[in-house]
Design a protein around this ligand. Structure first.
Ligand SMILES: [Zn+2]
Length: 161
C-alpha cells in the first residue's frame, strides 16, 4: 500500500501491486517490444527469392507451404515411372524393385478370367465330360505371374482379359 505513486503512474497506468523494480521491468518489456518487427524483413526477402529459386534454407517457416506440395508430386512421379512395366506372357528383362538387380522374370501360370470364360464356353458347347478343364492346362489361356528368380518376389501379373 505504501508504494511510491509517481513511479507507477509514470511507467504503468495499469495497477501493478508491490513491485519495486517495476521501472526496469517495464523498460525491459518496452525495449523487447520493438524487437519482433525486426525479423520481419528476413522472411520478406525469402518470399521474394521463393518463386525464383526454391530450396532457400533460412526462411523455411515462411516458404514451407509452397515447396511441400511441389515435392510430393515429384516423389510420386518417380515411383510411378517404375511401375508400368509392360508384362507379357513371356519372360521379361527388368530391374527388380525388391533386390534392384537386372533379372529375367520367371513365369507362373494360373487360371484367370479367360481361363474360366473358355471353360464356360466349352461347357455350353457340350464338353462336360472333362474337356471343359482343358483351358486350365493351356498356358495361352491363363494369366501369367512374373516372379524375380533372385528374391522370388511377385513383380506383376499379366492378365489375358
Ligand atoms: Zn528381386
Amino acid at each position: 500500500m505504501s508504494v511510491p505513486g509517481p513511479y507507477q503512474a509514470a511507467t504503468g497506468p495499469s495497477s501493478a501491486p508491490s513491485a519495486p523494480p517495476s521501472y526496469e521491468e517495464t523498460v525491459a518489456v518496452h525495449s523487447y517490444y520493438p524487437t519482433p518487427p525486426a525479423p520481419m524483413p528476413g522472411p520478406a526477402t525469402g518470399l521474394v527469392a521463393g518463386p525464383d529459386g526454391k530450396g532457400m534454407s533460412p526462411p523455411l517457416y515462411y516458404t514451407q507451404p509452397m515447396p511441400v506440395p511441389n515435392n510430393n508430386p515429384i516423389a510420386m512421379q518417380t515411383v510411378y515411372v517404375q511401375q508400368p512395366i509392360s508384362l507379357a506372357d513371356r519372360p521379361v528383362q527388368m530391374c527388380c524393385p525388391s533386390c534392384n538387380k537386372m533379372i529375367v522374370s520367371e513365369l507362373s501360370y494360373h487360371a484367370g478370367a479367360l481361363t474360366w470364360l473358355s471353360c464356360g464356353s466349352l461347357c455350353l458347347l457340350g464338353c462336360v465330360a472333362g474337356c471343359c478343364f482343358i483351358p486350365f492346362c493351356v498356358d495361352a489361356l491363363q494369366d501369367v505371374d512374373h516372379y524375380c528368380p533372385n528374391c522370388k518376389v511377385l513383380l506383376g501379373t499379366y492378365k489375358r482379359l
